[in-house]
Structures are given as structure tokens and as C-alpha cells.
Design a protein around this ligand. Structure first.
Ligand code: ME8
Length: 646
């Protein structure tokens, strides 16, 4: 059958340096898509690799005093190790120095030359080495590379070279994109491509004479093939072009080619499709460019030393939180899609990661898994009882079951996570409302069995849904649930149905998967102290005089609103009897702001103020910790505002 395989690619990265968070984000996105396709039963070819013939790679090798091949052989290890440790499930890793690829490049060059698509001429203009791009004088900005992601100095070049007749494809490309607008994504980047092409395509110089490092031009060994012409062809090398006709038929055209915006317009959306047209090969189904990451508001740059290495960061966080390294890697995979809509630019900050880790993973997902498994041990000796799940479970799971596939297909990866976290929220709320501890107290065994089966079955569905993003953490949830068979062997259509939790299986001992990370600066907590009580006996004894130092009073909530971009926080205006003040409380997951207005609470009035998300919080309200949920304390009778509590 033609095109039976789902083929997804990342760019092949330059091996002048080790990979950073930018390379990581593209590669993880491709991995999420690949894993999701496999979960849905598709056969997948997921390819990544390295682009090794660039002049800047040769320069980096020279700077290290090494021959280029020796240098690239070393750096490629950093890529292989990073992808292995970050759970990238690629099927093929292509290096442009491999014979299979050199052969393809050489033969494509000859074919296009014989067809007249490649001709000889003189190139005179400017070349940007960091960007590996030729520019016309008129395109430069203040004498520098016009690419906004680059803007570095350029070199004057005058060479006899071979040209690819790109201009001949201008109209064909425009017509193609008019007929197939879905090829280019996201939508808002399509116009950029169209106006670039309409602005006029010039023939592209595709050989260079100044460097000895590269694939030799057939018949002219003093010249090498331009790195971009070489690199783009990797996508058909992997697909078996000129090597395996059957494979090519199954695999090509690629279903999804991913990259960031830096190499989208000129290369992947223009030069690449034109080369494919020249070879009479169909165009990829979708070419998608995501945004650029900055780090703490700054462009990622080697000289600034701010290139975040995902492995180093994960190691550091694993140490601080006590969570497993491979779980923290998964958390990082999750974070890059949770924080910014995939496609847009984003700013990476470690503090942002820590916040998300604590709120979405340690709190929402981690608590759900941990408390549901602990309760099964407590109430059913760890064995899943026979009971049909509550219809409420199917209702809560419906958005994930119905909308997750389309969200991932459309690369709305943040929206996909929103769906999953909506479901996690609904499950936590279900537990709070059904209060299994109350059912147990009241001896309502049948209700208790139904509630426990529903929530654990929900956890099973969450593990499946989240597995493309966090394969190791999801596997750990699967293991703790005691599910038979491996998570990787599951298929969406059969497994993603409520009611699939087998009765009689024994869950493993509950072990926290995501352990809270303590913020580095205790003086200025990012979040209010969570209302979680440490185990009894952990706190020192206090004297009555010490207790008396606390100013505890009954206060009334006058107004409540959500704190933007902090889904756990509410900003409360409270009347303490003596004054009206602002308190920030981490209770948004459990209380709607509207429902709090007018409510009486117990407030510690003389707690040192703390800045939380830029808001000064003057006091803290008291809440009971019920299996990780906050339950507000309030007086038993209506008492005047300002009454002291002792
Ligand atoms: O361009 N934010 O390789 P490259 C987001 N070899 N993504 C980023 C990023 C950032 N700040 N920095 C890098 C090349 N990336 C060529 C590709 S393909 C035939 C040849 C990611 O090592 C993103 O995917 O400079 C971007 O497109 C790619 O790395 C550029 O990698």
C-alpha cells in the first residue's frame, strides 16, 4: 500500500556545538507526534540527525585543532546521548557524512544538472557563515545578515559556482500553495512564505570553492556542494530515495516536517519544495515552523553562555526535588508545550519550570495518582474491586477522548495538555466531592468501590493520554496501577475507553513520582505556603507564649479574583475587623472566586508579608489538608468579623 508509514522529521542539526533547549523543543515535538501516531496504531518513521558539512562546523573543528571528521564524530555523540536520555524514540538518525547520503546528494546533483535545473555561473555577493546563507547587497541590514535571528557580519564572496534554477519554480510554488494551503503551518506563517516567493526568487548558488569540507561537486573535486542543498536532501535519503523504491513509496511524501521559524521561509518552504519539484517527487504534506525560545528574555547565544542543556537542568532539578532524573526529563518535555502555545515564541525560565513542576505535576497529577493508589490500599487492601465506573467518569473523559487526536494532529500541543489537565482537575474534584474517606467511615462499601474504580480508571486514561509527552512518568503510573502489559503496547482505540481497569489487579505501593521542588529563595516564596501539613510529629513543640504571638482572627472575604497566569492562586480582599487587606491564597483549584465572597475565614494577620507573583500578600488563611486538597476553616457559628481565635 502506498504511503503506509507516517513519516515525521526534525531538522538535522549543526554539529558545531551540543544541543540546547531549542533543539530539544523541536525534537520532543516530533517525538510526541511519533509516539501518538504509534499509540493510534500507525507505523511510523521518525527521523532526526546531524548536518555535518557546514563551513561553521569546519571552523569550529579548526578552533578545536581537530580534523572536521574527528570533530563531528565527537559532537554527534552529544546529540545521540541527549536524545537517548530525553526519551526520543527516533527510528533513523542520519548523518550527512554517511555514504548513503553522500551518494544521494551526488546523484541528485547529476540528475538536476542533466535536466538543466543546475547550471554554471558566477556568484558575487555576501555570505553569512553562522547562518550558512547567501545574501545580496541590497538585502543586508547595516551591512549585516538580515535574518532577525542572526544579524551577524557577512563575508564578501566571488566565485564561479553552480546554480539551482530556483526562479523557474516561483509560479509553480505559488500555484501549489494556493491549491494546498494546509501544507504550510501554522496559518499565520503562510503569508510570510507567499510574500517571500512573490517578491521574486533568484537562482540559488549551490556550490562553494573556498572550503574543502563537504561533498565534492561531481567532476569538480575542488568544489563542494553548498551545505543547505546537501542537508535538505537528508529527508529523502532516510526515505530510501535511489536506494529502496518500495520503502520510498511507503514513506514519501513526509507527513510532517518540523523546524523553527529561522529555517522555514527560505529553506524548507521554498528551496526544498523546488528541489522536490525538480526531482518530480511529491511535496511534504505539512511543513510546520514553531517559534523561537529565548532564555530569561535573552536570545540564546554561545557567547552569553545561556544555552540551557536539558540534561544539565534536569540533573539539577532532580537533585533539588528528589525526583528521578528520567521523570524530571519528562517534566521538561511537558513544560515546553505547557508554557507557550506551540508555534509562538516563548521565554524559558527555570523558575517557570519549577512552578509548573510543583503545581501541575507534583500537585495536580502527582497527588491524584498518589492519593488514589494510597486509598485503594487503605480501603481495599490494594486490590481493585469489581464495580462499574461512574457515568461521571465517561463525561469527564469525553473531551480527551474526542479532541486530543485532533489537537495533536494540528500540533496544538499546549491545547492537548489543557485537555488532559482539565480531565485531571475533574478527577481531583470528583474525589473531593465523593469523599471516599466519608464513604469508608459510613460503611458504604458499594459506593466506595464505584468511586475508587472510577478514579483509578481515570488515572489509567490519564497515563495513556499523557504518555506521548511523558513516556517514562506515564509508564511509572501504569506500573503503580498494576496494569498488565506494557503501556507502549497499548492502542488508543481499544485502551482509551472508560471501564478498562481490570478488577482484581493489585496496585503497587504508592510512591510519589513528582516530588515538590523547593524554591531556592525562601525569603521570597513564589507561591504561598501550600496548605499541606507535614507528617505528624515532624514539628517542634511550641510553648503557649509562642502560640500567643500569632494574631489569628476571623475575617470576611470581600472580593476574590484569579491571579492571571497562576492557575492555583486567588487574590482575596479581606476585612479583618481592623483593616481591609490583600491575601494571596493557593486555593484556586478548589474554590471559585465568586463562591468565596462574603465567606468568613480564619486568618493569620501578623504573618510577615510576602510578594507572590508581584502581589503583596498580608496574611494567610487557614485550611485543612485533605489528601492534598485545601478545605477552608470557618467558624461553627456566625461570629463578628475581627473576633480573635485562640
Ligand atoms: O539550521 N528556539 O541547524 P541548527 C527554538 N542544520 N528552536 C531552536 C532554537 C531556539 N532558540 N535554536 C535552534 C540548522 N532551534 C540546519 C538545519 S535541516 C535540513 C538543516 C532548533 O543546528 C529549531 O528546530 O541551527 C531550528 O530550526 C533548528 O534548531 C536549527 O538548528
Amino acid at each position: 500500500m502506498a504511503d503506509a508509514v507516517y513519516y515525521v522529521t526534525t531538522p538535522i542539526y549543526y554539529v558545531n556545538d551540543a544541543p540546547h533547549i531549542g533543539h530539544f523543543s523541536t525534537t520532543v515535538a516530533a517525538d510526541v507526534v511519533a509516539r501518538f501516531q504509534r499509540l493510534r496504531g500507525r507505523q511510523v518513521l521518525f527521523a532526526t540527525g546531524t548536518d555535518e558539512h557546514a563551513p561553521k562546523v569546519a571552523q569550529a573543528a579548526a578552533a578545536h585543532g581537530k580534523p572536521p571528521q574527528e570533530f563531528v564524530d565527537e559532537i554527534v555523540q552529544a546529540y545521540l546521548r541527549t536524545w537517548q536520555e530525553t526519551h526520543i524514540s527516533y527510528d533513523d538518525f542520519v548523518r550527512t557524512t554517511e555514504p548513503r547520503h553522500r551518494e544521494v546528494v551526488t546523484r541528485v546533483f547529476e540528475t538536476l544538472r542533466d535536466r538543466g535545473d543546475i547550471y554554471k555561473g558566477v556568484y558575487e555577493g555576501w555570505y553569512c557563515v553562522p547562518d550558512e546563507t547567501f545574501w545580496q547587497e541590497s538585502e543586508l541590514i547595516e551591512g549585516r545578515c538580515p535574518n532577525p535571528e542572526c544579524r551577524r557580519p557577512v563575508q564578501r564572496v566571488r566565485e564561479e559556482n553552480w546554480f539551482f534554477r530556483l526562479s523557474a519554480y516561483q509560479e509553480r510554488l505559488l500555484q501549489y500553495y494556493e491549491a494546498h494551503p494546509e501544507t504550510l503551518g501554522p496559518d499565520f506563517r503562510r503569508n510570510e512564505v507567499l510574500s517571500f516567493i512573490r517578491g521574486g526568487l533568484r537562482d540559488a548558488s549551490i556550490t562553494r570553492s573556498a572550503y574543502g569540507w563537504g561533498i565534492p561537486v561531481p567532476g569538480e573535486p575542488d568544489k563542494v556542494i553548498y551545505v543547505w542543498f546537501d542537508a535538505l536532501l537528508n529527508y529523502i535519503t532516510v526515505a530510501g530515495y535511489l536506494q529502496d523504491e518500495e520503502k520510498l513509496r511507503d514513506v514519501w511524501p513526509a507527513d510532517l516536517q518540523l523546524m523553527a521559524k529561522d529555517i522555514f521561509v527560505r529553506f524548507h518552504a521554498t528551496l526544498w519544495p523546488a528541489i522536490l519539484m525538480g526531482l518530480e517527487l511529491p511535496l511534504p504534506r505539512r511543513i510546520f515552523a514553531h517559534g523561537f525560545w529565548t532564555v530569561d528574555g535573552e536570545k540564546i547565544s554561545k557567547s552569553k553562555g545561556n544555552a540551557i542543556d536539558p540534561r544539565g537542568l534536569a540533573r539539577d532539578v532532580a537533585e533539588r526535588s528528589g525526583s528521578r532524573y528520567d521523570v524530571v526529563i519528562d517534566a521538561l518535555r511537558f513544560f515546553i508545550f505547557r508554557e507557550v502555545p506551540f508555534g509562538s515564541d516563548g521565554d524559558f525560565s527555570t523558575a517557570g519550570f519549577v512552578n509548573r513542576f510543583n503545581s501541575d505535576l507534583a500537585n495536580d497529577l502527582g497527588n491524584l495518582v498518589n492519593r488514589s493508589i494510597s486509598m485503594l490500599h487503605r480501603y481495599f487492601e490494594g486490590v481493585v474491586p469489581a464495580a462499574a465506573p461512574d457515568p461521571a467518569l465517561a463525561a469527564a473523559a469525553a473531551p480527551v477522548l474526542q479532541d486530543l487526536p485532533a489537537a495533536i494532529d494540528d500540533l496544538r500541543l499546549g491545547a492537548a495538555l489543557d485537555l488532559i489537565w482539565g480531565f485531571i482537575g475533574a478527577l481531583n474534584k470528583y474525589v473531593d466531592e465523593q469523599a471516599p474517606w466519608r464513604l469508608a467511615r459510613e460503611g458504604r462499601q458499594e459506593d466506595l468501590a464505584r468511586v475508587m474504580v472510577s478514579v483509578l480508571d481515570g488515572v489509567r486514561l490519564v497515563a495513556l493520554a499523557v504518555s506521548p509527552f511523558m513516556p517514562v512518568a506515564a509508564g511509572e503510573i501504569w506500573r503503580q496501577l498494576g496494569m498488565p502489559g506494557s503501556l507502549a503496547a497499548q492502542r488508543w482505540d481499544e485502551a482509551m475507553r472508560p471501564g478498562g481497569l481490570p478488577a482484581g489487579i493489585a496496585v503497587a505501593p504508592a510512591e510519589p513520582i513528582f516530588k515538590r521542588i523547593e524554591q531556592r529563595s525562601p525569603a521570597a516564596p513564589e507561591k504561598p505556603a501550600a496548605p499541606t501539613a507535614p507528617a505528624q510529629g515532624e514539628k517542634p513543640v511550641v510553648t503557649f507564649d509562642e502560640f500567643k504571638r500569632l494574631d489569628l482572627r476571623v475575617a470576611r472575604i470581600e472580593a476574590a479574583e484569579r491571579v492571571p497566569k497562576a492557575d492555583k492562586l486567588l487574590k482575596l480582599t479581606v476585612d479583618t475587623g481592623g483593616d481591609t487587606r490583600t491575601v494571596v491564597a493557593g486555593i484556586a483549584a478548589w474554590y471559585e472566586p465568586e463562591a468565596l465572597v462574603g465567606r468568613k475565614i480564619v486568618l493569620i494577620c501578623n504573618l510577615a508579608p510576602a510578594k507572590i507573583r508581584g502581589i503583596e500578600s498580608q496574611g494567610m488563611l487557614l485550611a485543612a489538608d485533605v489528601e492534598g486538597r485545601a478545605v477552608l476553616l470557618q467558624p461553627d457559628q456566625d461570629v463578628p468579623v475581627g473576633s480573635t481565635v485562640r
